[in-house]
Design a protein around this ligand. Sequence first.
Ligand SMILES: *Cc1c(COP(=O)(O)O)cnc(C)c1O
Length: 245
Amino acid sequence: MDRRDEIAASLTAVSGRIDAACRAAGRPRDEVRLLAVTKTFPATDAALLTDLGVTGLAENRDQEAAAKAREVARLRPEAGVRWHMVGRLQRNKARSVARWAAEVQSVDSLRLVDALAGAVRTARDAGERDAPMDVLLQTSLDDDPARGGCPVDGLGRLAEAVARESDVLHLRGLMAVAPLGADPEPAFERLARAAEALRRDHPGATEISAGMTGDLEQAIGYGSTCVRVGTALLGGRGLASPQHG
Ligand SMILES: *Cc1c(COP(=O)(O)O)cnc(C)c1O
């Protein structure tokens, strides 16, 4: 099988899983978008995904993503790819991310909000981007600071900070990664409640980004609007690139 057929078959399987999970949850299929996580895979794979109609692509490291986004733009100039940053982001990378990402799902600190807002303004003034940055607040579901994410009780303050930068940042919702080695369902339920609370003050923040290769069904069951799938689409990444890295 060539790589294109291989990815097409994986995409059919993943789409089938999302369809079935939506049916099981009694939710319309168009409430859930699929992001293909292309980290560690070459730009040619990303290009093949766009040929198959997948234009929401996600990366977790600025340096790899910036180069890949340039390469995919060269390979498929008409594809209309939308790039998403889903990994831990250092403030000194905000300027670069503002050049390639349409959306950052891993915003978890006030300092990062400041840095991103400044970076988007600079990019806008330099003519490098027009659109504001869509922002999701990464939510810690295990209260382990080492794994990133804002604790649930800090989300309100963080959301207010993003809302104050509304000329350059658009608050769209929450993102989370389920705790390692535990049943994801209680975590996704907690995330759903946090998202509901956020919507009371920020009605436009309707997105819940949750669910990966191993747990997308459970996430859709608890209201996910965005699943981020790498392994099930493109294959294993090997030991050099940990699952949650
Ligand atoms: C790598 C990664 C994914 C995709 O994980 P898979 O298990 O390969 O589907 C999703 N979200 C984030 C934040 C990631 O870093």
